[in-house]
Design a binder for this molecule. Structure first.
Ligand code: G3P
Length: 218
């Protein structure tokens, strides 16, 4: 399973990268705004700074909602660095843009996926990744993990290369369940990745091992 971090915060990206388990980064306009990054040039420079930290897979989202705008913006973003994956919203022109980008060899991440039908369309158009938002489905009493399972099953049936990127992952159990049901990627905040480290029996066990070592080596 690939681990992506869902943030535009450079120090959090660096911390996850330094752990040695980070495969990519996802951002969106809200995450950029949270870091105070505004304006086209600043946003592009920020994507370049993210690309300088990680090895691959940096999702950069277009703002346009029409085909011509998405193609122009997406090509500009892709030209920033070969690590960029152009993030396209799940709308009619988005599907057309994904199809065109696939023919140009530009990788895409189709975002704001909330149904299996949307995921099927994105895969048929040639998306590299689809991002179902599981936390936001849970927020409205729909089972986000069930959607991940459905999409993984559909893609397996037909051998689609599109990878299921579980997004809006809110806690460690979301991540564990995503791994159990075969999501190819999970993108989550740093605290979810570091949360996997924690177990009180590890802490108390280590404390005891060290205390016993120190007793025997006095
Ligand atoms: O990856 C999408 C993510 O940024 C949305 O997360 O927590 O705002 O639903 P959230």
């Amino acid at each position: 399973m690939k681990f992506f971090i869902d943030t535009a915060n450079l120090s959090e990206i660096q911390e996850a990268y330094d752990l040695g388990v980070l495969d990519g980064v996802t951002t969106n306009p809200s995450l950029m705004a949270k870091e105070g990054i505004t304006g086209e040039e600043n946003i592009k420079n920020h994507y370049k700074a993210i690309c300088d930290i990680v090895d691959n897979n940096v999702s950069a989202e277009v703002i346009s909602t029409d085909l011509a705008g998405m193609l122009k913006e997406g090509r500009e973003l892709a030209a920033l660095d070969e690590k960029i994956v152009v993030k396209i919203p799940m709308i009619k022109d988005g599907i057309k843009a994904i199809k065109q980008f696939a023919s140009e060899g530009i990788r895409t991440n189709c975002t704001l996926i909330f149904s299996a039908g949307q995921a099927l369309l994105a895969a048929k158009a040639g998306a590299s990744y689809v991002s179902p938002f599981i936390g936001r489905l849970d927020d409205v009493s729909q089972d986000g993990l069930l959607l991940i399972e459905q999409i993984v099953g559909i893609y397996d049936n037909y051998g689609y290369d599109t990878e299921v990127l579980a997004a809006s992952v809110r806690h460690t159990m979301h991540l564990i369940h995503c791994a159990e049901i075969g999501a190819h990627v999970s993108t989550c905040p740093l605290k979810v990745i570091t949360g996997l480290l924690k177990h009180p029996l590890t802490d108390s066990g280590l404390e005891k091992f060290l205390a016993d070592y120190n007793k025997g080596n006095k």
